[in-house]
Write a protein that binds this ligand. Structure first.
Ligand SMILES: Nc1nc2c(c(=O)[nH]1)N[C@H]1C(S)=C(S)[C@@H](COP(=O)(O)OP(=O)(O)OC[C@H]3O[C@@H](n4cnc5c(N)ncnc54)[C@H](O)[C@@H]3O)O[C@H]1N2
Ligand code: MOO
Length: 398
């Protein structure tokens, strides 16, 4: 049986970053930048006032308390005048361009205005309250690095830089196929039936990550519905097909044989992990990667978090995720030779250090511990005093 790091390496070796496309900024939200973006302009692009008040020429020397000036000009935000050679003081608004030669702004609250004169009762520092051109970002400076998600902060920066279109990685095309004759949608269940939770879970995961969801289908364990669904996904040029169930050792576990008969080449089947051991990874030449996850809900959760998410990262051109090393409140118990994944909570101990508590009574069919945890934990040691912690959702990973 293949070890988890080796399985992951084989899988990632089969992935290339997806092509890029140029999108209007608003449509690029939540996408990944395809290339480093260097600033096309300086921000601010001109020296401007940081306060409403009076611009004066201090020439590098403090303004003594009690000094007064004639106010001979007014500069509002958006005004275009760049020099008032006759004026010693200029009324100025926040964001307004500093007229040439003016180097200091005294806020209106620290001034006394009488007719055409302004007086500053206290001493004022030379050069204060001026926002220099390029002091946020210089022209040509790296603004956002390749692989950066266009989050709201990135959108603010790009908008300020006047970037209209961005080169982003196209979204992966994904299909989900849940197998199982026992599966039903919401509503009353027939005897022996269960609600399909893996399909909606994966659909939500892919929506949250940001994929182009081609189809989500539910197929019984008999007949050719599975082969048909795989064929449709290939025809729709899926990059990734994720299936759940029918991948272990039972009579109805038809997925490995069905994929092989469709021409998929096996990368690995069965990984030394728990839960999720029967996982199968295959690929179609010139076509999609198929990750066939075992049907138990926590095998699907682990399969998404530790196999699918690394694939999504690689497709986006991101580096592999790095977990945080944490101390366990009590040793995480696993089985020798298996890499184990567990749910838990990260809490700050009395000493201020972060400590992980594994959730009670975890089992691969139990969903409640997933819904009450705030972290994934992993360890390859059967009696782990320390573990790797991973954000519950890969979207939250650095
Ligand atoms: N003799 C063996 N039996 C089992 C083995 C084994 O190695 N030898 N492995 C166990 C492990 S570990 C897992 S995990 C499961 C995986 O089995 P399959 O991938 O074949 O999955 P199914 O049998 O189809 O389903 C397992 C379980 O999950 C429920 N399920 C399936 N799909 C969904 C869905 N969409 N939503 C909610 N729940 C689902 C299904 O009803 C079963 O209870 O096999 C063990 N057995
Ligand atoms: O994937 Mo199975 O637990 O290991 O349920």
């Amino acid at each position: 049986m293949i070890a988890y790091p080796d399985a992951l390496a084989l899988l990632l070796d089969a992935i290339r970053p997806l092509e890029s496309e140029s999108l209007p900024l608003a449509d690029a939200a939540r996408r990944f930048l395809a290339a480093d973006l260097h600033s096309p302009m300086a921000l601010p692009s001109f020296d401007n006032a940081a306060m409403d008040g009076y611009a004066v020429r201090a020439h590098g020397k403090p303004l003594p308390a009690g000094v007064s000036f004639a106010v001979a000009a007014m500069q509002a935000a958006g005004d275009t005048a760049d020099a008032f050679p006759q004026a010693d003081a200029c009324e100025i608004a926040t964001g307004a361009r500093m007229p040439e030669g003016f180097d200091t702004v005294v806020p209106v609250e620290r001034s006394e205005r009488r007719d055409g004169q302004v007086r500053f009762p206290a001493e004022e520092r030379a050069g204060q309250n001026v926002r220099r051109a390029g002091s946020d970002i210089a022209r040509g400076e790296l603004a956002l690095a390749r692989g950066r998600r266009i989050d709201t902060a990135a959108t603010m920066l790009l908008a300020a830089l006047g970037v209209a279109h961005v080169d982003v990685v196209r979204r992966p095309r994904v299909a989900v196929i849940a197998t199982g004759s026992e599966l039903n949608a919401t509503g009353p269940l027939p005897p022996g039936g269960i609600h399909d939770s893996n399909g909606p879970f994966l659909e939500a995961c892919f929506a949250h990550w940001g994929t182009d969801m081609l189809t989500r289908t539910r197929v019984p364990d008999v007949g050719d519905a599975f082969a048909h669904a795989v064929g449709e996904a290939i025809a729709a040029r899926a990059d990734l097909i994720v299936t759940t169930g029918a991948v272990s050792a039972g009579r109805f576990d038809f997925v490995p044989a069905a994929l092989a008969s469709l021409g998929a080449r096996e990368l690995f089947h069965k990984v030394a992990i728990r839960p999720g051991k029967p996982l199968l990874a295959t690929r179609f030449d010139g076509g999609p990667i198929v990750l066939a996850l075992p049907g138990n809900p926590m095998a699907v959760a682990v399969g998404y978090r530790f196999f699918v998410a690394p694939v999504l990262r690689a497709m986006a051109g991101l580096f592999p995720e790095r977990p945080t090393r944490v101390r366990m409140a009590a040793p995480l118990i696993g089985r020798d030779g298996l890499h184990h994944f567990a749910l838990g909570r990260l809490e700050h101990g009395a000493d201020g250090r972060q400590t992980a508590h594994a959730a009670d009574a975890q089992a691969s069919f139990r969903i409640l511990p997933f819904a009450t945890s705030n972290t994934w934990l992993s360890a390859s040691d059967a009696h782990a005093e320390h573990a790797d912690a991973w954000p519950l959702d890969p979207v939250d990973a650095a």
